[in-house]
Design a protein around this ligand. Structure first.
Ligand SMILES: Cc1ncc(C[n+]2csc(CCOP(=O)(O)OP(=O)(O)O)c2C)c(N)n1
Ligand code: SF4
Length: 335
């Protein structure tokens, strides 16, 4: 392409971008999240995709704390703080009240992994079983971050937290990460999916999909936390991508309990690429037989995910874990 033609085509693209309406920003900037917080970016993307006609029930946790330091709020939609344990129940009540008033505003429920996998699970389960029209979003940063990095049932096996320190007895967390999306899908809800803040196109697409469905829907968003994972703020997206590309965090969709979609991995990466990037796994890189055993164990878990969900991609797919990398504004993929 000649130089004049190239600059002409750029000018046309810029003019087109300017004509497009600004995306709705339901979560304003200026809140108090840490630098590079995956949860903050994930919530912003969810709000952009969900649009303005929503109400939120937000469980206690980092997202609630950093967005609403009294008397300020970063939310531009009706938003309610629930207890740690009852975001599902509060959302169910909001949905029932709106329905009684003949309103179609969609209710979203937000919680961290502690608020979802552990303490809020009962109210989430009840909300889904009763069939409320609620999109429940779990921002999964794999520990109770807001209160100082305690392990949750989402914390990966062998990760170090303040309540699963590595030592003579064990190499970090002894137990496995709970498979929450399968447990949720076992409620036979219309739609349950995993996604990652490192794959914004996939994330937005799944929010839009869930918004269109009448009934309970669930999204688990893998959300790196620099403070708890021992990474730099600017590494959040790269680390989040590695979780997916190694197979440790599979991106899947389940409809009425059946697996209906996966994000294929073009070239699975070794789990050590992901683990060595984070302080919470640094004890696995000492010269000790237990550390070597745990590395093998974690690789086996990733291989198991790849085999179970059929994640291994074939050839060069535009929509696999590498192709989806090339994202343009408005989620349009480049060729
Ligand atoms: C019943 C109850 N127990 C404990 C707490 C203290 N608490 C507040 S937030 C929090 C951790 C939240 O963890 P998570 O849900 O994973 O969200 P994150 O902060 O990691 O985003 C805890 C333990 C509480 N508010 N209520
Ligand atoms: S502690 Fe982690 S989840 Fe909480 S605001 Fe900081 S980066 Fe985000």
């Amino acid at each position: 392409m000649k130089r004049d033609e190239a600059s002409n085509s750029i000018a046309i693209k810029v003019a087109e971008l300017r004509r497009r309406p600004h995306r709705f920003q339901g979560l304003a900037s200026g809140h108090r999240a840490c630098l590079g917080c995956g949860e903050a970016l994930a919530a912003r993307l969810v709000m952009e995709a969900a649009g303005p006609d929503v109400m939120i029930a937000n469980a206690t946790g980092c997202l609630e704390i950093f967005t609403t330091p009294w008397p300020e709020s970063a939310w531009r939609v009706p938003w309610m703080h629930s207890l740690f344990e009852n975001a599902g129940a509060i959302a169910a009540g909001m949905e029932a009240a709106l329905k009684a008033q003949g309103k179609t505003t969609k209710v979203l429920s937000f919680a961290g992994d502690g608020g979802t996998f552990d303490i809020g699970f009962q109210s989430l389960s009840g909300m889904m079983e009763r069939g409320h029209n609620v999109l429940y979003v779990c921002y999964d940063n794999e520990a109770y971050m807001n209160t100082g990095i305690q392990r949750s049932s989402s914390t990966p096996h062998a990760a170090m937290t303040t309540t699963s320190p590595p030592g003579a007895e064990r190499m970090g967390k002894r137990h496995l990460k709970k498979d929450i999306v399968s447990i949720v899908a076992a409620h036979h809800i219309p739609y349950a999916a995993t996604t990652s803040v490192a794959f914004p196109t996939d994330l937005r697409k799944k929010v839009r999909r869930a918004m269109e469905i009448e009934g309970p829907t669930f999204l688990q968003i893998h959300s790196p936390c620099p403070l708890g994972w021992g990474t730099e703020g600017e590494e959040s997206i790269a680390v989040g991508r590695l979780a997916v590309e190694t197979g440790l965090f599979p991106i899947i969709e389940l409809e009425r309990g059946q697996l209906t979609g996966v994000l294929p991995i073009r070239e699975p990466k070794p789990v050590i690429d992901y683990l060595k990037a984070q302080g919470r796994f640094r004890h696995l890189f000492q010269d000790h037989y237990k550390a070597r055993e745990e590395l093998e164990h974690l690789q086996a878990l990733a291989d198991h995910n790849i085999a179970t969900f059929g994640l291994a991609g074939q050839g060069v797919d535009r929509h696999d874990s590498s192709g989806i990398n090339r994202v343009q504004r408005e989620g349009v993929r480049s060729a």
